[in-house]
Design a protein around this ligand. Structure first.
Ligand code: ADE
Length: 225
């Protein structure tokens, strides 16, 4: 899988994608992440990517031309399954979307900035808009890092068996059950007996019950979905 991220702030994306499972997936050659500097697709000396809004409202708008050039350049190299624009207006990212995106061959993520993009980008260049939650970030880079992270860890081979995606919260619309490690008794705070029993079937049953209980308590809306 290949992810191209178009941004005006490449530095912001370096660290989030250079550690842990994401780094391992990249090092193993399972995923290629390519950061594209939008300013490389400008034509003026100042490498301008934004301009004033028509209509006179405050706030700068990302221009259509550099974005079109960047996307067209990438599309001339390979086919893309999705061209995603990060914006608070988009569909809110969830595990199902991450699962679907992890099966893509190539995706582009365009990071929004300033007031947002010229509307023609939305009309003609992107295939979907994704938000990471109902709040406004300074720019789309952190959202792009969140999307990329949630997708890359699901690419087959990215995770070792002991960090399997199947036990993640949300994978079946349930929160994960409580987990523990040694010691079994810390200051009298005990690990549930059942987990020490070695009875795998009973443990599976307990974990499922706990997952349902925690979901009912903390995120009842997930059960309705
Ligand atoms: N850009 C600004 N806020 C955002 C959000 N909540 N999700 C995705 N991109 C954004």
């Amino acid at each position: 899988m290949r992810i191209d991220i178009i941004t005006v702030l490449p530095e912001l994306l370096e660290s989030p994608l250079s550690h842990s499972i994401v780094k391992r997936a990249i090092d193993k050659g399972l995923v290629e992440v390519n950061i594209v500097n939008l300013r490389d697709f400008t034509t003026d000396k100042r490498r301008t990517v934004d301009d004033y809004q028509y209509g006179g409202d405050a706030g700068m708008v990302m221009m259509v031309e550099p974005i079109d050039k960047a996307i067209s350049f990438l599309k001339s190299q390979r086919h893309y399954d999705e061209i995603i624009y990060t914006s608070p207006d988009g569909e809110v990212l969830n595990q199902k979307t991450a699962n679907t995106l992890s099966t893509c061959e190539n995706i582009i993520i365009l990071c929004g900035h300033y007031k947002g993009v010229d509307h023609r980008v939305r009309e003609h260049l992107i295939t979907r808009e994704i938000s990471i939650g109902d709040y406004v970030l300074t720019g789309g880079e952190l959202a792009a890092a969140v999307i990329a992270d949630s997708v890359i860890r699901l690419v087959p081979g990215a995770m070792t068996d002991d960090s399997s995606a199947l036990t993640d919260s949300f994978q079946d619309n349930l929160l994960a059950p409580p987990i523990y490690t040694r010691p079994a008794d810390y200051k009298g705070w005990k690990v549930p007996e059942i987990l020490l029993s070695g009875n795998e079937a009973a443990i599976d049953k307990w974990q499922m019950e706990q997952a349902i209980e925690r979901t009912k308590l903390l995120r009842p809306g997930l059960l309705e979905e």
